[in-house]
Design a protein around this ligand. Structure first.
Ligand code: ATP
Length: 532
């Protein structure tokens, strides 16, 4: 890979960090350009030079995105008989956002660098500083592993090594100050922390900062033709509230018994201070959320359950266990009594992919208060009414798309010295499962290939390709992640057999047309992923 060779050239230890960052930037750039070249993701309204941080999913991207949605929906709704799905409107009564706390508290602390004129999220600047200290610890541990080999006791090393302990203490102090300042809305405290840590602007390198200010992330617009505050409504910043306001409708009409969940996939909008890193942080994005309603007092049990369960869902995809980690929140949102992120090793490093939040009874209680309607549950076993507690799982569909795409993307050098770009997507998520190809455009092979296509396309999403040499066609399918290519050749005309080529191993096998559907199904059907 391009980045790998770049790293090899960097021998000096101090250069290593810079090289690693450069390598990650290069990989992200390669993924972005591959995504555009093959019709996965385009800059939005590109003919007008695009709109910042807004993207459109192309013909292959929309297929991949739909498959990710299906994997989530089936795992959450279809195989849980106590979880149902809804599709609520993006526009909601404006009081919803007063009740949820978004009007008053859905803010990010922003800070500007006076020299570069760049705007940052103050908490993100501090978290990035913490991450650098964390990397120093990991480097120290890596040195230990190298020095002591098999005798290395990592836990003991972390508990006793003076450098590790000093840095761990630093992190603890910074996190403590950040938590206190953010928790008390003490923006001056956040500013002082940035100054004390001598954090510099990554662009200008200067420490010439403005004060820290709060910025509300909700987009607003006006309903109908009336202007002014009375008609002001918001584009939903999360899909969760659509679930909360429908809690009673669903519970009563679905005769749901606690514990039960309501799931939803849909668009959300946030006027992010800094929207960047491709589809990682956008102002219009899609969420897949599930609110699980439980008995008060049982929320921590379910919180642990969903943390574990969601991690398993991710790991079944086979993107590599080491690419995931939990991050417990230091600063809890106003509604939560516990929260953790599942972080993924994106090309830019470990970042939040999914949040699991124990939201208490905050949302339902607030909606009770603001609407004047009771949002309670009569528990027949306890013979009492209560407002249920809620455990939420919330994953960004676009971030999941980036996780899958960036991990699947590889640029390989083959034994014969040629290269190929391949998307090793989990077969169940691949946009096309099969490509059907006649070896040549004559001797009745295209007609036979169309027959085979017809036999397959009611079970799988397929492509037909007869243009260019077989080698070129295989490369094209590798680049879009098609797990299997079926070649119809002259032997097919004699004995009704075809070759099936595996994207990852590039090996070919001869099988009969009669067994094709069953063999492919075994390899690409999502049900096997869900059942495992
Ligand atoms: P972050 O800290 O990265 O801003 P968050 O903690 O505000 O994220 P949540 O409110 O927990 O995010 O939203 C749930 C999920 O929605 C996130 O885990 C993420 O995958 C996704 N998400 C949030 N904001 C964006 C965005 N601007 N663009 C794309 N996905 C997003």
């Amino acid at each position: 890979m391009v980045g790998f060779f770049y790293a090899l050239e960097c021998t000096h230890a101090n250069l290593f960090y810079l090289c690693a960052m450069q390598q990650k930037d290069d990989i992200l750039k390669e993924v972005i350009s591959h995504a555009k070249e093959y019709g996965f993701v385009f800059p939005s309204s590109e003919i007008y030079d695009g709109l910042s941080a807004t993207y459109d999913y192309g013909q292959l991207g929309s297929l991949l995105k739909n498959n990710i949605k299906e994997y989530w929906w089936k795992a959450m709704v279809q195989v849980h008989d106590n979880i149902v799905g809804i599709d609520a409107a993006i526009f909601m009564h404006p009081t919803t956002w007063k009740a949820s706390g978004h009007v008053d508290a859905f803010n990010d602390p922003l800070i500007d660098n006076k020299d570069s004129k760049k705007r940052y999220r103050a908490d993100v600047l501090i978290e990035e500083h913490i991450e650098k200290i964390r990397q120093k610890i990991e480097k120290e541990v890596a040195k230990g592993i190298k020095r002591f080999g098999d005798d290395f006791d990592e836990a003991q090393f972390r508990a006793t090594n003076p450098n590790v302990l000093r840095n761990a203490k630093k992190i603890e102090e910074i996190e403590g100050r950040m938590k206190e300042s953010l928790g008390n809305d003490d923006l001056e405290g956040v500013y002082n922390l940035i100054v004390d840590l001598e954090i510099a602007c990554p662009i200008s390198g200067s420490k010439n900062w403005t004060e820290v200010r709060q910025f509300n992330l909700m987009f607003s617009t006006e309903l109908g033709s009336v202007a002014g505050d009375a008609a002001k409504i918001y584009l939903r910043p999360e899909t969760a509230q659509g679930i909360f306001v429908n809690y009673l409708n669903v519970q009563k009409t679905g005769r749901m018994k606690i514990p039960f969940g309501i799931a939803q996939i849909g668009k959300a909008f946030r006027n992010e201070i800094v929207a960047r890193q491709f589809i990682f942080r956008m102002r219009e994005f899609e969420q897949m959320e599930m609110q699980f309603f439980v008995r008060p007092g049982e929320e921590m049990k379910w919180y642990d359950y969903w943390k574990e369960h969601r991690m398993q869902w991710h790991q079944k995809l086979g993107l590599g266990e080491a690419n995931y980690r939990f991050h417990d929140h230091i600063k809890l949102a106003h509604y939560a009594n516990a929260a953790a992120d599942i972080e993924f090793n994106f090309p830019m490093g470990f970042k939040e992919l999914e949040g699991i939040h124990s939201r208490t009874d905050f949302d339902l209680k607030q909606h009770e208060e603001y609407s004047g309607k009771k949002l309670q549950y009569f528990d027949p076993e306890l013979n009492e009414n209560y407002v249920p507690y809620v455990v939420e799982t919330s994953i960004g569909l676009d971030r999941m798309f980036l996780a899958v795409l960036s991990t699947a993307y590889t640029h390989e050098t083959l034994e014969d010295g040629s290269t190929r770009s391949v998307l090793s997507l989990p077969p169940a998520l691949a946009p096309y499962k099969v490509a059907v190809m006649p070896l040549t455009k004559k001797d009745g092979l295209p007609e036979k290939a169309k027959e085979v296509l017809n036999k397959l396309q009611y079970d799988f999403s397929c492509q037909y390709d007869e243009k260019d040499s077989p080698g070129k066609r295989y490369r094209r399918q590798d680049a879009i992640g098609t797990p299997y290519c079926i070649m119809i050749d002259h032997q097919t005309m004699e004995d009704n057999t075809v070759t099936i080529r595996d994207r990852d191993t590039m090996e070919q096998e001869r099988i009969t047309i009669a067994e094709l559907n069953a063999i492919i199904d075994q390899k690409v059907n999502m049900k096997y992923l869900l059942m495992d």
